[in-house]
Design a protein around this ligand. Structure first.
Ligand SMILES: Nc1ncnc2c1ncn2[C@@H]1O[C@H](COP(=O)(O)OP(=O)(O)OP(=O)(O)O)[C@@H](O)[C@H]1O
Length: 291
């Protein structure tokens, strides 16, 4: 199996009228850390539900070579998944959850879970209800990272956590789970802090996949140009994807491809951030003023 996920023309609807995911195609190979980015309502959670067989799709979808809906119970023993809320039973102690997982998940290693927990401030005897939100998420990650899987799917794993807890979560994920063979798909709005971890990005907007690119390819494809305010009109005429202010407040423009040669001499190229690209590709048009 060369790709862990293969999606071709995947469409997901709620009822007759709502198309939450619209004709999405992508592949996810081994050894990648992929960010699934999109605003609220872009379709990220719906797509992830389809990947774990919770929602039937139109189009073709295989995850770990399986059909997620038809082979759901088998698939769930082969991947690691955290849905968007940390759903651990409040009454349970950490060691009880480890015992529970050992019974449910053939690929789960209790020893590995205990080892991962030692990285966190969660004790084996701690009850979920006594833990902070950040600690619950750390415990959840320790439990699912102890599954010997090829693919981890995380839906907004750090929602509601403070910056230190978010950093701790991602450090543990990268240090303890990613090994160059396994892949992770992470949905988030927190584009800034995840950029450095990612190898690839999938960007969704209103159900459509608007970008599917490796970070390396992003660097060579998109170019930002900072320029003097006097050049603003000339730059606007070249129809950049986005005009904004770069660091230091200097006007800047983001181009898909190289800017026209006459503009290059008016400004200075720099590497656009993923956030800038996210804004450029998913920005809503300005609201028309009321008549
Ligand atoms: N159960 C449902 N019934 C009807 N519409 C739904 C349902 N769940 C989601 N939707 C709609 O589908 C679209 C995609 O929602 P989804 O939850 O997948 O987005 P998301 O990108 O995960 O958003 P968020 O970042 O806010 O979690 C939205 O317009 C949402 O209102």
């Amino acid at each position: 199996m060369s790709n862990l996920i293969e999606a071709k023309g995947v469409t997901l609807r709620y009822g007759r009228n709502k198309t939450a995911v619209d004709d999405v195609s992508f592949t996810l190979p081994k050894g990648r850390v992929v960010g699934l980015l999109g605003h609220n309502g872009a379709g990220k959670t719906t797509l992830m539900k389809a990947l774990v067989g919770l929602k039937a799709t139109e189009g073709e979808l295989t995850v770990l070579g399986r059909s997620p809906v038809a082979e759901r119970s088998q698939l769930l023993t082969e991947l690691s998944y955290i849905p968007d809320v940390a759903v651990l039973p409040r009454w349970a102690r950490a060691h009880e959850l480890i015992t529970l997982m050992s019974g449910l998940q053939p690929k789960f290693s209790a020893e590995r879970a205990r080892q991962l927990l030692r990285r966190t401030s969660v004790g084996l005897n701690d009850k979920v209800k006594s833990l902070s939100k950040g600690m619950v998420v750390q415990l959840h990650l320790a439990l699912i990272a102890a599954i010997d899987a090829k693919l981890m799917i995380l839906d907004e794993p750090t929602l509601g956590l403070d910056v230190i807890s978010r950093k701790g979560f991602y450090e543990m994920l990268i240090d303890e789970w990613c090994d160059g063979e396994r892949s992770v798909l992470i949905s988030t709005h927190q584009v800034e802090e995840i950029e450095a971890l990612l190898t690839d990005v999938l960007m969704m907007d209103e159900g459509k996949l608007v970008l599917n690119l490796s970070l390396e390819a992003m660097e060579s494809r998109f170019v930002a140009l900072s320029h003097d305010p006097e050049a603003a009109e000339e730059v606007a005429r070249a129809h950049p994807l986005l005009r904004y202010r770069s660091m230091g407040g200097k006007p800047a423009a983001l181009f898909d491809g190289a800017p026209p040669p006459h503009l290059e001499s008016m400004g200075q190229r720099f590497r656009p951030s993923l956030v800038d690209l996210f804004v450029a590709l998913t920005r809503k048009p300005e609201l028309a003023p009321r008549a």
